[in-house]
Each structure stands twice: as structure tokens, then as C-alpha cells.
Write a protein of this length. Structure first.
Length: 617
């Protein structure tokens, strides 16, 4: 390509060629007139180190075409990324910076350069150059608004810390009266990881499903017909499986009973068409956001109502401090996964079958605002008087679990001091539907410490402990854990006294673990205020025996005409060894299904006029 052709090419595309492009003249050392003209206009070929796009040389027609193309790109990008159209959304600001503010700034600065220096098509025009220069500060002003709004969201400003601390304010409550003793048939004995294993195994048993679908990793925990379950929808396995099955939809979802471990793939009469695996207009995130463009949606969940109909529960967040601070939930959009029909309701009008209107992570964050900032921002950094925080979890995950209460799902987490030591000062429960919160003052072990203690009981087997579940056993706050093997299957169960974490009971079944744990409580005089549960009986000893369970001695009694077995833990009831067959005794005990834990024993032989016969156990 000759020199003239190269120059014409660079000029056509708006590139300024680097110095030395083309043939060099060996004898001519005089600068061409065009170079003098360029210097007068402030341009210098010699200052360029490589080709660059010179927007100022583009014509009006080219700029119009580029503007139309940019609008189309912005529209396509908005449809694909669908950020909320709200000044309170960080995603909206980031989208505007990339697709609007930055391109606008580049164009305005280029137009300023065109009229400030002039070019082959335009003469210098100081008035227009000044106008474009002033206009180019508009995008910069947008950046300033973003920075100021972000700064105003910080808790350092006067009054902001108090506002953060008031987003979630849990009152102090009494554990024994607030948390009822659980039905052991409905205790969730597996965690999310085990539920995933069971769900995948069940799907693998259906050949026509496993080749076309896989299971979403959501596995939302809900209460369904009075049972703690995790539900998760099926997804198209890949794009080609979607293309093949998009007309017939997704046929069902997986339901895992967390107590019985029963798992099933629920086949739907009407398939689901709105899911996470839809790539285009029926993608649930895109569908909901474009239907409600100004809403800022929080983490969604998949739930089923009392009739088994699948729904997407999409919480709508609002910011109450500055532009981006004080996040909470204001509304909930419920989307029928079959039909796409939506219900937009205020949070206080949320249907009772909904269990997860408030995401778990948001509730944990809100309580940490309360725990850190109740005494003001300065105190949270320096004095730290009364500063508390939720306990950290394991493997980089937040430390929380769920309990069922009043047919709702409540988030549970321990509360520790600001120094994050290995002890808790209490724990907090928060309702995921209403955000009702309660704080319980209890000094004891953190969940991580309890997990290590439970694993120590079976260290020879190499089992891992699940994150603890909170139970009420005889008025005592108790950690309950499943012990799993390397394959993720539950092999044993453990209960640990939160306040006296040396009391650890292990059993092959939940019932066996519970009996062993109650015996430990009585043995170590750890039973709390159980006066409401205590009963008494009087009878003649029919049989006595002793046994050692988990290193603790027990003295067992059977009374005539009584099917119960009465457990006298030693050494707290050492006087029980003085009684034998034929003695008449009065027992005060905590009732159980068959095994009853004795609290006190009284000799009634003299009062009945009978002769005491003490038998050697």
C-alpha cells in the first residue's frame, strides 16, 4: 500500500497514523506545511506512540449512527442484565456508569476537543467548545452524587448508628417458656448437604428425568403440612435440554423430609415454565424484574403452598439510610412457577404459608447492626461496651440454623462478644416471615465448640458433626447435631448442654440420644426449672439393676404394677443404692416415654408399716 493510500485509509477510519508511517525522505529536512498547521491546532504526529481513535474527527452523521447503535446496545444490555431502575440500587448505578455515563463523557469531551482545536471539517468555535466542556461535567456530577450518597449511608454520621441499630430490635425473652419442647418425630436430623445428597440420589432413580433435568441448588427449608422439609425445583440440564423441553416445561420438584429423611420427586399436573434455568424471557429473575422494573429484589426462594403448588417468593428491599444503607424488606412478590401469575403484597399481608420473606443473611446482618451500633459508632470501635455479634460459622459460611415454631421457620444464631471468643452470651431467634425477633440470655459454648466436642465423642469413627440445632430439653437450651460419615450419611446423633458443654450424649437414634442426655442432666444436677414437668409415684420395688452409660453409673428401679423404668443417676442420687426389692418408695421423677429420670427418692416403708428388705443390687 502506497503512502497516499495509507493516509486515505487512516483518515477514513478516524485514526491518526504514528510518526514515520510510510516512506521517509532522505534529503528533505523541511517540515511540511500540514505539520505547521497541525502544530497551530495543537496536534502533533510525533507525540503519538501508536494508533488511537480520534472521536473529534467524526462527522455528524457518524455520531448519529453511533448514538443510535449505543441506544440499541443499552436497551439490549438492560434486557439482559435487568438492573432495578432505582437510585437506591447499586446495580443501577453500575449499569449507568458503564453504558451511559462513561460513553457520554467521552463523546462530550471529544466534541469539546473538536471545536476547541478544529479539524478538517470544522473550524474552531470557542463558544461551542465551552458549552461542550461545561456539559462534560454533568457525568462527573453523577459520580459525585453516587459518592455522596454512599458516604451518607455510613454509620459514622450523627444519628445513623442509632438508625442502623433500630432496624431489628429483639426484646429479651425467657427460653423455657418461649421455646416448647420439641416433638422428636419432627426434629430435622439432617442438614442441607445431606438433603442435597438424598435429592440427587432420588432423581437418579428416574431415568427419563436424570437425562434431561438436574436439581437446583436452592433447597429452601420450609414447614410443609407440619413437617420440616427442603424443596428445590428441577432445572433444565443445559441449553440444548431446554430447547428440547421448553414447550412441555419442568415436570416437578424435589421434596426432602428433614426429620424422616424420606425424599420424593413431586410430579406436577401442570408443569413449571418459570425457572432459573430458562435462558430468555421466562427466566424468573428477568421476568420478575422487568414486570416490576423499579423494585429492588432480594434473594428469592422456592416454596410450595399447602396444596403443593410451586411459587417463587421474591422479597422487595428498601433502603432507609442514605442511598444504600439500612436495608430491610417492604413487600413480597409471589410468582406462580406454573403460570407466571404474580401477587404483589405488603410484608404484613404476606400469606401464612410463606416461610422465607426475609432472607437469612439479611436477618443476621440486621442483628449485627443492632449488636455493634446500639452504643453508637464510636463505641463500636473504641470502648466496645456491650458490643456483641453473631457467632461465626464454619468453612467460611455464616453460623445459623433453623427451628420450627408456631408453624413458621425461625433463624437461630448464637451471640458472642466483640472479641469473638469460644463462648456465647446468648442467642437470637428471628421469624423469616414477619421479622419478629427474640433474644435469650444464655452463657455457654459456641456452635463451633459444640461441634468439636460432639466429634470428640466419636473421634475413633471419624464422623463429622452438622451445624447445631437448638432444642428445649427439660427447660435446658440444648444443641442437637447429627454425626455423619465421609459419605455424608447420618450415623449417630449428639445432644450437648449449651451451658455445661461437658455434658454430651450420643446415641444411634434420636430417642436413645435423648434418654442418655436426660440422664446426664440429672447426673450432673444440670436440670433447670422443670417443676411443671415433675410427677411423683409410690410403689413397691419389684426389681433393681445397675448399668454404666457413657461412663456414668445409673441405678434402675422397676415398681410393682408399673411398666416404667425409673433411672436414678449416680452420684446425685447415691442414696438409691440403699434400697432393694420389696422396699416401698416414693419417687419424684421427670416422665419419659418409658424411661423416667428420678429427681428424689423417699423411704415409705416405715410410714406403711412394712418391713424393709434391702437386696444387694
Amino acid at each position: 500500500m502506497d503512502q497516499k493510500s495509507m493516509e486515505d485509509f487512516f483518515k477514513a477510519v478516524g485514526f491518526t497514523p504514528p510518526a514515520g508511517t510510510g516512506k521517509q525522505k532522505d534529503t528533505v529536512d523541511v517540515e511540511p506545511k500540514e505539520a505547521h498547521s497541525d502544530h497551530k491546532r495543537g496536534r502533533s504526529h510525533g507525540s503519538s506512540v501508536g494508533p488511537h481513535v480520534d472521536f473529534s474527527s467524526w462527522g455528524t452523521k457518524t455520531l448519529i449512527i453511533c448514538a443510535i447503535a449505543l441506544i440499541l446496545i443499552i436497551a439490549g444490555a438492560y434486557w439482559w442484565f435487568h438492573p432495578p431502575l432505582s437510585i437506591y440500587s447499586v446495580d443501577c448505578w453500575m449499569f449507568a456508569f458503564v453504558f451511559i455515563v462513561l460513553p457520554l463523557f467521552i463523546v462530550l469531551r471529544s466534541m469539546h476537543k473538536r471545536y476547541d482545536r478544529g479539524d478538517a471539517r470544522h473550524h474552531p468555535n470557542a463558544k461551542r467548545a465551552r458549552a461542550y466542556s461545561i456539559a462534560s461535567f454533568v457525568p462527573l456530577a453523577v459520580v459525585v452524587v453516587f459518592v455522596v450518597g454512599a458516604c451518607m449511608s455510613l454509620s459514622i454520621w450523627p444519628g445513623s448508628a442509632e438508625r442502623y441499630a433500630s432496624v431489628l430490635q429483639p426484646p429479651d425473652s425467657a427460653f423455657a417458656s418461649d421455646i416448647q419442647e420439641v416433638d422428636y418425630d419432627s426434629i430435622p436430623v439432617i442438614d442441607r448437604d445431606s438433603a442435597v445428597i438424598l435429592g440427587n440420589r432420588t432423581l437418579g432413580e428416574i431415568p427419563d428425568y436424570v437425562s434431561q433435568f438436574d436439581i437446583s441448588d436452592l433447597y429452601s427449608q420450609i414447614n410443609y403440612k407440619g413437617r420440616p422439609v427442603r424443596v428445590s425445583p428441577l432445572n433444565y440440564a443445559d441449553f440444548f435440554k431446554w430447547f428440547t423441553n421448553k414447550d412441555t416445561g419442568i415436570p416437578g420438584y424435589v421434596l426432602v423430609d428433614m426429620a424422616s429423611q424420606n425424599t420424593q420427586v413431586v410430579r406436577l399436573d401442570h408443569p413449571m415454565y418459570y425457572s432459573e434455568s430458562e435462558p430468555f424471557e421466562r427466566n424468573i429473575d428477568r421476568y420478575i424484574q422487568l414486570k416490576y422494573p423499579t423494585y429492588m429484589f432480594e434473594q428469592k426462594s422456592f416454596e410450595v403452598d399447602d396444596d403443593g403448588t410451586p411459587w417463587w417468593v421474591c422479597p422487595v428491599q428498601v433502603r432507609t439510610i442514605g442511598l444504600f444503607g439500612g436495608e430491610t424488606i417492604d413487600r413480597v412478590v409471589l410468582c406462580n412457577a406454573n403460570t407466571g401469575d404474580c401477587q404483589d403484597v405488603a410484608i404484613e399481608d404476606c400469606p401464612e404459608w410463606v416461610d422465607r420473606a426475609y432472607p437469612s443473611e439479611l436477618l443476621i446482618q440486621q442483628y449485627n447492626w443492632h449488636g455493634n451500633l446500639s452504643g453508637g459508632w464510636l463505641n463500636s470501635w473504641l470502648g466496645q461496651a456491650g458490643v456483641v455479634q453473631t457467632t461465626p460459622g464454619t468453612n467460611g459460611k455464616l453460623g445459623y440454623n433453623y427451628i420450627a415454631k408456631d408453624d413458621d421457620v425461625w433463624v437461630y444464631t448464637g451471640v458472642t462478644s466483640a472479641t469473638a471468643d469460644n463462648a456465647i452470651v446468648g442467642f437470637v431467634l428471628v421469624n423469616q416471615r414477619t421479622a419478629e425477633a427474640h433474644y435469650y440470655t444464655v452463657a455457654g459454648a459456641t456452635e463451633d465448640s459444640a461441634m468439636r466436642s460432639a466429634k470428640g465423642q466419636v473421634q475413633n469413627l471419624g464422623y463429622d458433626a452438622t451445624f447445631p440445632l437448638l432444642l428445649n430439653i427439660n427447660g435446658q437450651p440444648t444443641y442437637f447435631m447429627a454425626l455423619k460419615d465421609n459419605a455424608g450419611l447420618v450415623k449417630k446423633f449428639a445432644m450437648l448442654d449449651i451451658q455445661r458443654y461437658q455434658n454430651v450424649a450420643v446415641g444411634d437414634t434420636v430417642a436413645e440420644c435423648q434418654k442418655s442426655y436426660k440422664s446426664l442432666l440429672a447426673t450432673n444436677s444440670a436440670v433447670g426449672d422443670v417443676s411443671a414437668n415433675v410427677e411423683d409415684t409410690t410403689g413397691v420395688i419389684k426389681h433393681v439393676t445397675t448399668a454404666v452409660i457413657d461412663g456414668n453409673s445409673h441405678f434402675y428401679l422397676k415398681l410393682q404394677n408399673d411398666e416404667h423404668i425409673y433411672d436414678c443417676p449416680l452420684p446425685s442420687l447415691i442414696e438409691a443404692v440403699g434400697y432393694g426389692q420389696g422396699d416401698t418408695v416414693k419417687l419424684t421423677y421427670i416422665p419419659g416415654d418409658q424411661m423416667c429420670t428420678v429427681q428424689s427418692i423417699e423411704d415409705m416403708t416405715k410410714s406403711t408399716g412394712e418391713t424393709a428388705t434391702v437386696a444387694t443390687p
